[in-house]
Design a protein. Structure first.
Length: 164
């Protein structure tokens, strides 16, 4: 017997098994519908229980993932360092914006002196002046004053996660 004949014979046997099993299930449905639908309901209940038991409390929250950033208790008047938890580039900057929640545009022209104090190097020391709540979260944005460098005493808003 060749391989293709063996495969064909196996497929035929599988079809007979499936159709025979399906035929007996359909016969049960016609002869005793209470047992048939009771069994279907029991399978559904077992499936729902399995779904509800999934997952666990030992999973690491996303916020504490690769960057290892943790929510801090920030305070007005305290000094912090600017550090974006989303950047691994040493030359990355933190964008200061004039209004909390503003989406900053990063496509500004090179050498733009008008906005030169909007991009602050990571590691710069700043002091928190105030906070703004947003999206149901307390202290989402922080108004900071730059404490060093060419933009000393300038202020703007940053996301609170950028304060370390």
């Amino acid at each position: 017997m060749s391989d293709s004949e063996k495969v064909s014979e196996s497929i035929d046997e599988a079809k007979k098994s499936v159709s025979g099993g399906l035929a007996s299930v359909m016969a049960l449905k016609n002869s005793n519908p209470k047992v048939f639908f009771g069994g279907a309901a029991a399978l559904l209940v077992v499936f729902v229980i399995i779904l509800s038991l999934g997952g666990g409390d030992d999973a690491t929250p996303i916020a504490n993932g690769a960057g290892g950033t943790q929510a801090k208790n920030l305070a007005v008047g305290q000094q912090y360092t600017l550090k974006s938890p989303n950047s691994y580039d040493a030359n990355a900057v933190v964008q200061l914006v004039p209004v909390p929640g503003t989406i900053a545009a990063y496509d500004e022209a090179e050498g733009d002196t008008k906005n030169s104090c909007n991009k602050i190097a990571q590691g710069t020391h700043v002091s928190v002046m105030s906070f703004q709540d947003a999206y149901g979260k307390k202290n989402t944005f922080a108004q900071v004053k730059i404490e060093e460098g060419p933009c000393k005493d300038k202020d703007g808003w940053v996301s609170s996660v950028d304060l370390q």
